[in-house]
Design a protein around this ligand. Structure first.
Ligand SMILES: Nc1ncnc2c1ncn2[C@@H]1O[C@H](COP(=O)(O)OP(=O)(O)OP(=O)(O)O)[C@@H](O)[C@H]1O
Ligand SMILES: [Mg+2]
Length: 269
């Protein structure tokens, strides 16, 4: 199963992705967490030590890797260079860093648009990575995306089995949900769910509920405002290393269960 966590800037994508990865991993499944945000920090929400994280070189920033994997397959069409299907099946094994609870982390980094045209080799490598990355049996891929909707246009989220839109009670965040849902339909992804975050009371819940329902998006969890989450970030530790339980963590545990059931139901249909 491949999931991408998307949404407006600062809504809690990394918090959700990192914690969900560990909760899924605790069930005995392996989890490959992919950080696709150029400003990568998923390591901290998973609970990988800073000393290890500081040594990570994002895959797409590794020029040798990008060059090596794409060089023989570049063709020129109408003046632009297209890199086709670079080989990626060994990438996770070679480059992922081990984290707690059966989670491995792969930092993709950013797509650097060189002067080679509209479809640069690193974009091709990222797309290929997401679509053709060989997962082990019972392995889940969770991708923490960069903020906003640009990644939808680049097609990075195309190979995903489901999108999880994190949304907070605010017009800009809700509008982003609407746009992502529409773009998801354009690229053929119909399994789009929402996670409401920073929900402060019944009226917040209602606002998000109404908007999501108008856009045909099912909400799988309502995570309340929890100052311990913020505190965990301030201290640079993972939410699950800060607390094993609490209102937000319990909602995230519920999210994991709901995801299991909606995705399994779907497979039966
Ligand atoms: N429910 C919550 N209650 C309180 N604080 C929260 C909650 N969810 C997230 N936060 C805090 O909000 C901040 C932003 O969260 P996070 O980094 O997960 O967002 P993001 O969507 O990944 O941001 P970016 O768009 O920059 O990648 C962090 O300090 C995090 O601890
Ligand atoms: Mg983030």
């Amino acid at each position: 199963m491949k999931l991408a966590v998307v949404g407006k800037g600062g809504v809690g994508k990394t918090t959700v992705a990192g914690t969900l990865a560990r909760l899924i991993g605790r069930d005995g499944n392996s989890v490959l967490a992919v950080d696709a945000d150029p400003n990568y920090n998923l390591w901290s929400a998973i609970g990988i030590q800073q000393s290890r994280a500081s040594k990570i070189v994002p895959l797409l920033n590794d020029e040798n890797l990008v060059h090596d994997r794409t060089r023989s397959k570049i063709v020129r069409v109408l003046g632009d260079y297209f890199a086709l299907n670079p080989r990626v099946d060994d990438i996770a094994d070679k480059f992922a860093v081990d984290g707690p609870d059966n989670v491995r982390l792969l930092v993709a980094g950013t797509v650097t648009m060189g002067d080679s045209g509209c479809m640069c080799p690193s974009a091709a490598l990222l797309k290929s990575l997401i679509q053709h990355l060989a997962l082990q049996e019972n392995e889940t891929l969770i991708m923490d995306m960069d903020a906003g909707i640009e990644n939808m246009g680049r097609g990075t989220t195309k190979g995903m089995d489901a999108l999880l839109i994190v949304v907070e009670p605010g017009k800009r965040s809700l509008e982003t949900l609407g746009r992502i849902k529409k773009l998801a339909a354009d690229i053929g992804t119909d399994r789009v769910f929402a996670v409401a975050n920073r929900v402060d009371g019944e009226s917040d819940r209602k606002i998000i509920e109404e908007y999501a329902s108008e856009h045909g998006v099912k909400i799988l969890a309502y995570i309340p405002v929890d100052r311990k989450l913020k505190l965990a970030d301030l201290k640079g530790i993972a939410p699950l290393d800060m607390m094993e339980t609490g209102p937000a963590i319990e909602e995230l545990k519920g999210l994991k269960k709901k995801l299991d059931s909606v995705l399994n139901d779907d497979n039966l249909n």
